[in-house]
Design a protein around this ligand. Structure first.
Ligand code: DGY
Length: 325
């Protein structure tokens, strides 16, 4: 009997899948930035026992119906809102993700985005490169302080707590809102649990790290932005679907908030003509939360291990739908 077939939906560092190669025949879509064509994915899925997917792949019932032998979907991300987990569970397909390994890297990026937005770094870089810097000025490119300000973290999971840890180094006052209290974050980091409304009203920096669920979808609407301080900076490193982007734009136009740092968008990649990109006080990134070479390689090794685990009848380290076991 041949080895089980695994399809990888994007070109990932191949050397990180060496371990899996002992257990599986692996084929990979050969583009790094162009997603696999749907018809190709459906065709490959037909014979696959495992697929390694990206957060930009739609893993829905149609795909799973086309994959009668599928045992495992290993998502190269901590978020898994791109996967119809309910259908996978119904069909007994294991769904895994990659938490922990990307926590520090994503927290670094989130805090970096906060800093870049507060201190207007992209604007300042462009200003120098465009030759506009003629003189030093007392308020030239003056931004907002970060130290000793209040950060409000919506979604105090692993990444939220790690952003809070970074905030302690800046002597920030830390508020958080989460589905459940986090006693460790309170004891170790001095974070204070508050209602969503209190967090929105009191924070200088509102940072969203909550996963995308039915509860968080469209959470940040005009009324929420209007409730924030007019000096507040909004940072989103979770999923674009938590923000109503037209409402964010209106809030920026009406100066209800000061600026926004966004790593994620409702439609990714965001169109270059998207109105949000025209604002100087919007810092936009191409969803690079976990994008360091080390972390992406480790994530790739991890999904490879997850698939191999399932093939040998072992439960992977991180399973989203525990009930299949
Ligand atoms: C993920 O992996 O889900 C995050 O978006 C990190 O970038």
């Amino acid at each position: 009997m041949g080895k089980p077939f695994v399809y990888v939906t994007r070109k990932v560092p191949e050397h990180c899948l060496e371990e899996l190669r002992e257990f599986a025949e692996i084929e990979m879509w050969q583009e790094e930035e162009i997603p696999v064509k749907r018809e190709v994915l459906l065709e490959k899925a037909a014979k696959a026992e495992g697929i390694i997917t990206m957060l930009s792949d739609k893993v829905d019932r149609e795909l799973m119906d086309a994959a009668p032998n599928l045992k495992v979907i290993a998502n190269l991300a901590v978020g898994f809102d791109n996967i119809d987990v309910k259908t996978a569970t119904e069909k007994g397909i294991v769904v895994s993700n990659t938490p922990d390994v990307l926590t520090d890297t994503t927290a670094d990026l989130t805090f970096g985005l906060l800093m870049a937005t507060a201190r207007r770094l992209p604007e300042a870089v462009n200003y120098v490169k465009a030759g506009e810097w003629k003189n030093w000025g007392p308020l030239l490119m003056a931004g907002k302080d970060i130290h000793h300000k209040t950060i409000g973290i919506v979604g105090m999971g692993r990444i939220g707590a790690t952003v809070a840890k970074r905030a302690t180094g800046f002597d920030m006052n830390i508020l958080y809102h989460n589905r459940s209290r986090k006693p460790e974050a309170e004891a170790d980091l001095g974070a204070r649990y508050v209602s969503f409304d209190e967090l929105i009203e009191e924070s200088d920096y509102v940072v969203c790290l909550a996963p995308m669920t039915e509860d968080t979808k469209d959470l940040f609407n005009y009324d929420v932005f209007k409730q924030m301080k007019t000096s507040a900076i909004f940072v989103n490193a979770s999923r674009g679907g938590v923000v109503l982007e037209d409402d964010l734009q209106r809030a920026l136009d009406e100066k209800e908030i000061a600026a926004a740092g966004l790593d994620v968008f409702r439609q990714e990649p965001i169109d270059a003509d998207h109105p949000l990109l025209a604002y100087d006080n919007v810092v936009a990134l191409p969803h690079i939360g976990s994008a360091s070479v080390e972390t992406r390689e480790e994530m790739t090794r991890m999904v490879g291990r997850h698939v191999a685990n399932v093939f040998v009848g072992r439960k992977p380290e991180y399973v989203v739908n525990e009930s299949v076991f």
